[in-house]
Write a protein that binds this ligand. Structure first.
Ligand SMILES: [Zn+2]
Length: 349
């Protein structure tokens, strides 16, 4: 597996050291990968120079120019959550450009790719704040979206799985009415950015293809395993995506300081193993994983287990079970009706 990491990410930093999205996160992730039992299966690369044409595949020209201009002014906050430094534009744009080309290459090589970008990306919409979110949520450019767009240059259908604890509103906005992308977003209900209700299903060609799964605080492995078995794997059988993009935030891990979910390494290893199995069997041509959030010890614990699962490439059991208590009754019933209506998938609630 190719791992993309640019050590210049340290230049995107709040000098007061108060921001949870700090350089130490990516440093710890890299160290854990290089020391892991599967390090011999990893190769590492830096980033390419930014290409404006690539950025414009997912963001408006005015927004790209806004970020470039704000970044050139040096360190300051764009909104209460999101800062830039004089290096942020080049850094994030380099990651977007590299993600684009490595996703294309991954499709040819049939090898998964892991991107470790900073800052994160999934809250950044086409022109910045997305779906009415109050801020950019630490993000400036959207890496998951560019990976999906790269795939769509070569194939017809892409599945995006976003298991960051926060709703991937930027990604969802970009593909809202696209029709070629199914976006499954598993997040904690009621926290930032306040989007991603179960009744939000996309529009136009995208109707039914935005699948939001808001979880109650405290939801853990039992709930994630149910979502994987009863929704994701059955959806894959019907939709038959050519490639998969994963927005892999690890802030749903129990103990994360920003959220109240309770996933453990079991969840992350299972998701990784499921996706590795799809790749192994040739069910999908490529899996690109973008690291998003994760602000406690769960970042490294979750990531190592996810990557370990992906490289182990197990098959996944198939058995229909009733929805667990990590989903509210309203969400369970809404999911049941929508999955039946748009996909012919009958779930037990
Ligand atoms: Zn998050």
């Amino acid at each position: 597996m190719l791992v993309v990491y640019d050590s210049r990410h340290r230049l995107h930093s709040d000098p007061r050291g108060r921001h949870p999205e700090s350089p130490s996160r990516a440093v710890k992730v890299l160290e854990s990968l290089t020391k892991s039992e599967f390090s011999n299966q990893l190769s590492f690369t830096g980033t390419r120079d930014p290409e404006l044409d690539v950025l414009l595949l997912i963001h408006d020209a005015e927004y790209v120019e806004f970020i470039r201009r704000e970044s050139s002014k040096g360190f300051h906050y764009l909104d209460p959550d999101t800062y830039v430094t004089e290096y942020t534009y080049t850094l994030s744009a380099s990651y977007v450009t590299t993600t684009y080309y490595e996703a294309l290459k991954s499709l040819e090589d049939r090898e998964p790719v892991l991107i470790i970008p900073r800052p994160g990306g999934h809250h950044a919409g086409r022109s910045g704040r997305a779906l009415g979110a109050p801020t950019l949520g630490f993000c400036v450019f959207n890496y998951a979206a560019i990976a999906a767009v790269a795939y769509l240059k070569r194939v017809k259908s892409v599945l995006i799985i976003d298991f960051d604890a926060h709703h991937g509103n930027g990604t969802q906005e970009i593909f809202w009415d696209d029709g070629r992308v199914v976006h499954v977003d598993i997040h904690q209900e009621g926290i930032y950015p306040g989007t991603g209700d179960v009744v939000d299903v996309g529009s136009g060609a995208g109707v039914g293809k935005m699948i939001n799964i808001p979880l109650l605080a405290g939801a853990g492995d039992e709930t994630y395993m149910w979502v994987l078995d009863e929704i994701v794997s059955r959806l894959v059988e019907v939709f038959k995506p050519d490639a998969v993009v994963v927005s892999a935030g690890f802030d749903a891990h129990v103990g994360d300081p920003l959220t109240s979910l309770a996933a453990t390494k079991i969840t992350y290893r299972s998701i990784g193993a499921y996706l590795g199995g799809l790749l192994e069997r040739g069910s999908v041509g490529s899996v690109s994983t973008i690291v998003e959030g994760g602000y406690g010890d769960g970042l490294v614990a979750g990531l190592i287990n996810y990557v370990g699962g992906l490289l182990t490439r197990c098959s996944h059991p198939d058995n229909v079970k009733a929805a667990p208590a990590g989903l509210s009754k309203r969400v369970r019933e809404a999911l049941k009706s929508r999955l039946s209506k748009y996909w012919g998938i009958e779930i037990k609630v």
